[in-house]
Design a binder for this molecule. Sequence first.
Ligand code: PLP
Length: 382
Amino acid sequence: MAGVIRDLTDAEARRALVCKWGEVPDDVLPAWVAEMDYAVAEPVVAAVQDAVAAGMLGYPRVGAGGPLGEAYAGFARRQFGHDVDPERVVPTVDVTAGVRLALDALVPPGPLVFPVPGYAPQLAMAEVTGRERLDLVVDPDAERAELDLDLLDHHLARGARALLLTQPHNPWGRAFTRAELEGVRDVVLRHGALVVSDEIHAPLVLEGAEHVPYLAVEGTADHAVAVVAASKAFNIAGLKCAQLVTTSPALHERLVSVPLARNESWSVLGVAASEAAYVHGDAWLAALRVRLAEQRTLLGSLLAEHLPEARTRPLEATYLAWLDLRAYGHDDPAAVALERSRVQVAAGHDYQPGLTGHVRLNIATSPDRLTEIVRRLASALT
Ligand SMILES: Cc1ncc(COP(=O)(O)O)c(C=O)c1O
């Protein structure tokens, strides 16, 4: 049924989510990696089943645009009010690869600015693209997680050539406002730098917030590329298909003229699933956002009851809550929770090396499981 979020049973989740559930022992409740304990949307399942039945298991279409470009452009228009030229939608294997490709193909040698805490695998993105990483660190005591524009200015003045933005941000849970993004634009323009905007979480903006694509901000066309995907919102990361979006003809040209050896291997099934998600997924996505907003509310009351000393900032987007548990006195609360209570959350120091007392908690599960997760966390930490 369209628009219905079906919780997977434990047995189904263990079978379906071989990373989130399969990498932990059977008695451990997993709330770590960014996958959701929900059945995949029916239009997406149907598209993949049809493709498999038809033997569509060869190479994908090569090149920009096409039905995938049209599908994403329609989705961006309906979901974000953002006009994208379908011909400027370039497939790539996944968001990680897309970010790497954008950096390699578009950004001259020089340091990379990265907001921290940041998506753990991207902490290494500077190094693997041959750059120094210059961090924009959020003070754990800050009321609100914000991009430090003065520090961005300083890093760019020191020679950094690009900002790897995550919009909305994992693990800050922020959806940056247009005014904030205009601030970024002004600083970046002053230094002639580029922005690679990882927008994988864009469809996961929750009630009360709005996703503003960086490329929808006036004056960003010539210095930015967005990396987008249906994978996170539709729980299909294993199908391997993301997209690079540009507005500038020059940047687009450079992306599509990279040798195939630099950008190949997205999957034909990933394309089929992404097209289905973008074209037929709105009702399911709307229901998902309602569910996640309910889970957010539930988390608030569970924390108030069981972990009243936990500090959180409002979760505006994503299903990944960032918890400051320093008050409970454990340097590595994730390890303590795993050992004492058999619940797996992600350790804060994975997102910011050296940070103590923080965890990232995945709320995309059933209300019962979330209740049990927080109960176990509390019994381990208090
Ligand atoms: C901000 C961010 N970027 C990229 C990824 C990974 O995307 P992919 O699996 O398409 O490489 C994630 C996964 O959670 C993420 O949170």
